[in-house]
Design a protein around this ligand. Structure first.
Ligand SMILES: Nc1ncnc2c1ncn2[C@@H]1O[C@H](COP(=O)(O)OP(=O)(O)OP(=O)(O)O)[C@@H](O)[C@H]1O
Ligand SMILES: [Mg+2]
Length: 64
């Protein structure tokens, strides 16, 4: 089982801030199949990179 709880990933490029994932929660259960689908830019690769641990999520982010 793999459980994602309130996972967020923000990309910052100068003044440009992209909220690629915002508080995403999902539980992948053993023996079940999950399809990740959505339009280009919806965050599929961002999600898979986090699951593969090739990237790290933003646990929580506060405005200064
Ligand atoms: N390294 C990065 N730096 C800045 N912005 C990024 C980066 N990677 C992704 N983004 C942005 O994050 C958002 C989600 O991108 P992501 O690549 O996860 O989407 P996707 O669903 O995999 O798209 P596609 O179907 O085109 O592969 C998009 O707005 C994208 O421009
Ligand atoms: Mg992609």
């Amino acid at each position: 089982m793999l459980e994602l709880v309130e996972v967020s990933r923000i990309y910052e490029m100068g003044d440009n801030i992209v909220h690629a994932l915002s508080g995403f929660s999902y539980t992948f259960r053993n023996g079940s199949m999950t399809v990740v689908s959505g339009p280009s830019g919806s965050g599929k690769s961002t999600l898979l990179n986090l699951i593969a641990a090739t990237d790290v999520p933003h646990i929580r982010r506060y405005k200064a």
